[in-house]
Each structure stands twice: as structure tokens, then as C-alpha cells.
Write a protein that binds this ligand. Structure first.
Ligand code: AMP
Length: 325
């Protein structure tokens, strides 16, 4: 049995990219492995945010994840802020991480450009170090994530190796699990950018009202030509929709091409709307039944388990880094 850990930021409602990139992988892995799902609320603070919204989104996110198949009896769901060892270890690891390494991260470059006007907090720079702490604190073997996290995971591995060389072999070197085809679901409004909460018009939130889902899919940017053919280089819009449809229905790309020969883009999109609502109908019904009280209980149990699991490792780290007297 391996240890699996992943996280998600409560910066918006859960979207199809989160689901196909991470949640689906975790819901399979939790059946065989010791699994942790962290609500990355400290990471959410790296960009300007509203405290009340952060709390509300945290509740929403936990109930969405449960409705989508993350089982609290199999996966420890907890808040990053509930285990103080996360920022604690982040400090220790940060002292081993070079400034140049952090400044080279794509996410850092993108986010610091985006928040140039408001001022770029140092949390944006330190983001990957906290992420390394999140993963290494539980000695995770496997980290299911989307492609956007590949570089951060590589840095985590480098930091772990550096720590082990310097102080003694404490950390396992974690492995990123990035799905083959759904590693990067693209925005419906711009198929050259990833689907993300920061591009709301192209972001398909799983629990949005039906009307909004229909509108977003019907407005999805497609490509010139009429053919429904998988060709990510020349037809990024249609290819993205085909990948989405494939994972909603379980059909192969060849079956989809065959089924939609001589079918218009509009009719194909109507089928995607249908498939989407069908695929998530059970989750949408389940989410309505989850109460705030249930979420609080799950997070309380998650907090205890997270602290209990990470304490022995932190004690060892204190000792070998000279912090314990
Ligand atoms: P975030 O919403 O940034 O906290 O991401 C939570 C998880 O979803 C991470 O594992 C991301 O890599 C994954 N993810 C986010 N957006 C996408 C996307 N467009 N396609 C695939 N995976 C994604």
C-alpha cells in the first residue's frame, strides 16, 4: 500500500479540469492506497482574496469533492491550515531552495505578471516550497495532479534529494501521476489556455446551474472547417471537446469520430451538454444533501489524522536538523 497525497485550492468552484486532471485519479487510487486530500487554503492566500469567500468556498469544495466520489472513510480530507507543520516544514525546506529555482517556475512567472499592478506577495514565489512541504510531510509516494503541477513536482523531488543528501535519508522521492489524455483540459473560450478559475467564461464548473453549463458548452470556441476529428495541433478546440466527451461517455476517440461524421459542431455540442448533465446528475443530487455539519465533522477527523500522521516525521526532522535540544 502506498501513500497518495494531492491538494486543491478553494479559490473557486470545482471545474471539469480539476475533475479530469485530479479528482478522477484520486477516486480510483483511494480504493487501494492510504490517501490524503488537502484543501490548500494557505496556497489560496498567495493571491488577493476575500476571507468570507475563502471560508464559503472551502465548505463548497469539500462537499463537491465528496459528491464526486472522494470517500472520507478512505481518504483523509483536511485543511492545510489545520496542520501547523505545513508552514513549519516549508520554512526548513525554503532555506534549502535557491531563489533562482523559484524564479524559474512557470506558475511564478505567470502569476507575478498577473498581479503586477496589485503588488506581488512573496507567497507567490514560495508557493512551490509550501507544496513540497505538503507532500514530503506525509512521505507521499504518489501525487495525482494535472500537467500544470509537473514543474512544481520536479522541484519537490529535487528539494527532497537535497535534504536527504544534507541531513540523512528521511524523505521518499514522490512520483507525479499525470493523466495521459486529460493532463490539461483547455478553456472553452480559449483552447490554447488551460481551463482555470481565472478564465471564468471558459471554465466549466461542475455544479453550476444547468443553463450556464449549456451556454458555456454551446459557446465553446471551435476551429475552422466542419469535421469532428481529433487533431490537437490543427483543431485544438474540437480536440479538447472530444477529450471531454470521451471521458464523460467512455467512448473512444475513433468511435466519436465515427459517430459524428457529417454532424455539425452545434449538434456535437448539444450531445456534450447531454453527456455532461447525465454524467454528473448523481453527484449534483448528492451535493444538495451534504450539510455543513457533515463537512465540519469530516474536517475535524481529517485534522486529527493529518497531525497524527505527520508528527513522527517532524520529530525526526527536528532532531537531524539541530532544532531539538
Ligand atoms: P487548483 O484548482 O489549481 O488547486 O488545482 C487542483 C488540481 O486540478 C491540480 O492537480 C491541478 O493540476 C488540476 N488541474 C487544474 N486545472 C486543470 C486543467 N485545466 N486540466 C487538468 N488538470 C487541472
Amino acid at each position: 500500500m502506498k501513500t497518495v497525497l494531492t491538494g486543491i485550492k478553494p479559490t473557486g468552484e470545482i471545474h471539469l479540469g480539476n475533475y479530469l486532471g485530479m479528482v478522477q485519479q484520486l477516486s480510483d487510487l483511494q480504493e487501494k492506497h492510504k490517501s490524503f486530500l488537502m484543501i490548500a487554503n494557505l496556497h489560496a492566500q498567495t493571491v488577493p482574496y476575500n476571507p468570507k469567500e475563502l471560508t464559503d468556498l472551502t465548505f463548497e469544495l469539500v462537499s463537491s469533492l465528496i459528491a464526486l466520489g472522494i470517500k472520507p472513510q478512505k481518504t483523509t480530507i483536511f485543511l492545510q491550515s489545520d496542520n501547523p507543520y505545513h508552514p513549519y516544514l516549508s520554512w526548513i525546506l525554503g532555506c534549502l531552495t535557491y531563489l533562482g529555482e523559484l524564479q524559474r517556475m512557470h506558475e511564478f512567472k505567470e502569476q507575478s505578471e498577473r498581479y503586477k499592478k496589485e503588488g506581488v506577495g512573496s507567497g507567490i514565489l514560495m508557493y512551490p516550497v509550501l507544496m513540497a512541504a505538503d507532500i514530503l510531510l506525509y512521505n507521499a509516494d504518489l501525487v495525482p495532479v494535472g500537467e500544470d503541477q509537473r514543474q512544481h513536482l520536479e522541484l519537490t523531488r529535487e528539494i527532497a534529494r537535497r535534504f536527504n543528501n544534507r541531513f540523512g535519508k528521511i524523505f521518499k522521492i514522490p512520483e507525479a501521476l499525470i493523466p495521459k489524455e486529460t493532463y490539461k483540459i483547455m478553456s472553452l473560450s480559449n483552447p490554447l489556455k488551460k481551463m482555470s478559475k481565472s478564465l471564468p467564461e471558459g471554465c466549466l464548473e461542475i455544479f453550476a446551474p444547468e443553463k450556464e453549463i449549456e451556454e458555456k458548452i454551446m459557446k465553446a470556441i471551435t476551429d475552422s472547417g466542419k469535421e469532428i476529428k481529433y487533431d490537437p495541433q490543427n483543431k485544438p478546440g474540437i480536440s479538447n471537446l472530444m477529450i471531454i466527451y470521451k471521458y464523460l461517455t467512455g467512448k473512444t476517440l475513433a468511435e466519436i469520430e465515427n459517430e459524428f461524421q457529417n454532424v455539425s459542431y452545434v449538434d456535437f455540442k448539444k450531445e456534450i451538454v447531454k453527456a455532461f448533465l447525465e454524467h454528473f446528475s448523481q453527484a449534483r443530487a448528492l451535493k444538495r444533501k451534504i450539510k455543513k455539519k457533515d463537512v465540519l465533522e469530516i474536517l475535524k477527523a481529517g485534522k486529527e489524522k493529518a497531525i497524527k500522521t505527520s508528527t513522527p516525521l517532524i520529530e525526526k526532522i527536528k532532531k537531524i536538523t539541530g532544532l531539538k535540544v
